[in-house]
Design a protein around this ligand. Structure first.
Ligand SMILES: [Zn+2]
Length: 310
């Protein structure tokens, strides 16, 4: 099996070497047996076949256990907005049932998720909606997998009667932000989120999917009315680091040295928020699930790759 390497971008696939070979038979056997060694994907790269020394994606187990010639796994915005709903299983059955879809409640990516997929997926299962995580589709060919992914995304994109306003959403600078080592994040959806108190109150303080925790820190830091930007930045640097601050009514800010991945996830939260069903009850990750993600060694490796020189 060829899988994307950890810390590389699928967008670079046509110009850079981003794929790593993995011994799928050996990895599948370990996953099915629940062997803890299966958490270390790098151990399944055939010797001598990886001259660039890349490490397989931390989500290699999803690709290995979901038994299709082509498996696409993405953190599709419309899917995440569905996968964070308390009634996600019902919505998936309703909207995707005829596509051969299964919903899998949140489990930590890695061996646990692979085993949950193995339990839930039958021979006809082509679509996996992973609770508080994302989407995986399986197909015979890459074009079929892409078409299925687009169909799922289309069906899960809500037709909101009232689109949250996102036009002309240039963030306004909170007084005193300059010089704090942070800068405005000029992103239409995330600015729209900052300016929509109803949406903001639904997700303030919460994280809903693993990459948010890994790249932005646990929770969603919203500046308080009575604190200065310097005080908010100091709060972001206490404890588990936060890489995104939302200033209600104004916009959002990121550290000056935010990596491309941090920027992508800072935009993702705005896109997901604008895609939420206004009535749906949301399930956030628990503090325990957040902590579990931050202490994960494979993730530390990925973060280091993201932050280092490319
Ligand atoms: Zn994933």
């Amino acid at each position: 099996m060829l899988v994307k390497a950890s810390g590389t971008w699928l967008a670079d696939a046509e110009t850079k070497d981003i794929m790593v070979p993995v011994d799928i038979a050996r990895l599948r056997a370990a996953l099915k047996a629940g062997d803890p060694a299966a958490e270390n994907n790098a151990a399944y790269v055939p010797e001598g076949e990886n001259p660039s020394g890349l490490r397989p994606s931390i989500e290699t187990s999803v690709h290995a256990i979901f038994d299709w010639p082509v498996v696409l796994h993405t953190h599709c915005v419309a899917t995440i907005a569905t996968a964070v709903r308390a009634d996600a299983a019902r919505v998936v059955e309703q909207r995707l049932g005829d596509l051969g879809a299964a919903f899998i409640p949140y489990v930590k990516p890695g061996l646990s998720l692979a085993r949950a997929i193995d339990d839930a997926a039958g021979a006809e299962t082509r679509v996996l909606v992973l609770g508080n995580h994302g989407l995986a589709v399986g197909a015979e060919t890459a074009p079929q997998a892409e078409a299925l992914l687009r169909e799922v995304s289309r069906r899960l994109t809500p037709e909101l009667t009232e689109q949250p306003h996102r036009e002309g959403a240039n963030p306004d600078t909170p007084t005193g932000l300059a010089g704090a080592g942070w800068q405005l994040f000029d992103h239409a959806a995330t600015t729209a989120l900052a300016r929509n108190q109803t949406l903001l109150s639904r997700i303030e303080g919460a994280s809903f999917y693993p990459d948010h925790v890994i790249f932005l820190g646990p929770g969603l830091l919203v500046a308080a009315e009575n604190e200065s930007p310097q005080e908010t930045v100091a709060r972001a640097r206490q404890g588990a680091a936060q890489n995104l601050i939302v200033f209600p009514g104004l916009g959002a800010a990121l550290p000056d040295d935010a990596s491309p991945a941090v920027r992508a996830l800072a935009g993702c939260i705005g896109e997901v928020a604008l895609c939420l069903d206004p009535e749906a009850e949301l399930l956030r990750l628990t503090a325990e699930q957040e902590a579990d993600l931050i202490n994960w060694d494979a993730e530390k490796y990925r973060q280091a790759l993201e932050l280092g020189p490319s």
